[in-house]
Write a protein that binds this ligand. Structure first.
Ligand SMILES: O=P(O)(O)OC[C@H]1O[C@H](O)[C@H](O)[C@@H](O)[C@@H]1O
Length: 315
């Protein structure tokens, strides 16, 4: 792959404390002088941890497999090029549920930093980690099942004001292809009974718990009292926020994406997942997943697409 940055261009000499980045045992870990940090597993380019103000914002199951034997249960698995079980009559039809990105070994392309410490403008105590996946890195099985020439660059930026994760998809071939993408983020929360999700009011959603029927979100605030699996479509507001005990906890801003999935497996589904531990863990997580999953995004040869999220932890 020819996308590598110059190695570790993150510490201009003669300046104050700088972000640190190190790669170890299949992971890349970056920290800011403030102590905020992010950890990314090369398998799936899965964000495993994002800490800000001494607090973990991401939930990972105690039984999650981190050895590449299956997608990580928790963190931020990347869904591409199909969301859910792919339709059999589509070009993604032979791929596993949620596609191959979360099941593939990504390449670490390097790190970089810029001037202001803010996600919106980059910063000298912000750090961006880039990861790449292309046709050449795919397993033989995935390449046969989805025979397109593509390149993904996933950029994870840790800044004073939060974490941004952006996926760039490029069609490097001549044939067009269609895809869906989603950042399947498991946010860590204190207690699901005290959580509300705001910013999805007046939006149409598909309720996968009710035979994939279409509904309208009338209440501006969503509370979770049981298994939830909903796909909110064409959302007008850019920001979805999670509150806890009525206080802001996390803001999630969609960038170039207009759909979001809200998922909590609750008691029975958690029991049925071998890699979901502790079983009571459903009380400590909620998935709010930004993406493009309503229909398909089409890229002609040479075209590219970018989408992701900007998250801010609030206290
Ligand atoms: O078990 P997984 O393949 O990781 O999928 C976990 C969940 O992902 C999404 O949130 C889907 O909407 C759910 O239907 C699915 O159960």
């Amino acid at each position: 792959m020819d996308r590598k940055h110059k190695p570790s261009a993150i510490s201009p000499a003669g300046t104050g404390p700088q972000p640190s980045v190190h790669a170890e045992q299949g992971k890349v870990v970056a920290s800011l002088p403030t102590g905020d940090s992010v950890e990314v597993l090369l398998f799936g380019a899965t964000v495993l941890s994002w800490k800000s103000n001494g607090r973990e914002n991401i939930w990972v199951s105690d039984a999650a497999k981190l050895d590449g034997s299956k997608p990580v249960r928790g963190g931020v698995p990347l869904v591409f090029p199909a969301f859910g079980p792919p339709p059999k009559d589509h070009a993604t039809g032979k791929l596993p549920q949620h596609g191959f990105a979360r099941n593939s070994h990504w390449e670490y392309l390097g790190s970089s930093s810029s001037e202001s410490g803010k996600l919106s403008s980059g910063g000298d105590d912000s750090v961006k980690l880039d990861f790449g996946l292309g046709t050449a890195e795919l397993s033989e099985e995935a390449r046969t099942a989805w025979p397109f020439d593509f390149s993904l660059v996933y950029s994870v930026t840790l800044a004073k004001d939060g974490l941004s994760t952006m996926l760039n998809v490029q069609n490097k071939g001549e044939k067009s292809f269609e895809f869906q993408m989603l950042l399947h983020t498991y946010f860590k929360i204190d207690d699901i009974s005290k959580v509300a999700i705001n910013g999805l009011g007046s939006t149409t959603y598909i309720d996968k718990m009710l035979n994939a029927t279409e509904h309208q979100q009338t209440d501006p605030s969503i509370r979770i009292h049981g298994e939830v699996d909903r796909v909110y479509k064409s959302i007008k507001q850019d920001t979805t926020s999670i509150t806890q005990d009525g206080k802001p906890r996390l803001d999630i801003v969609r960038e170039g994406l207009s759909d979001s999935v809200v998922w909590n497996p609750w008691i029975e589904k958690a029991k049925g997942m071998g890699d979901f531990e502790p079983k009571e863990g459903y009380k400590k997580m909620v998935c709010v997943e930004v993406g493009a999953v309503d229909g398909w995004q089409k890229l002609e040869g040479g075209e590219s697409f970018e989408g992701g999220m900007r998250c801010t932890a609030r206290y």
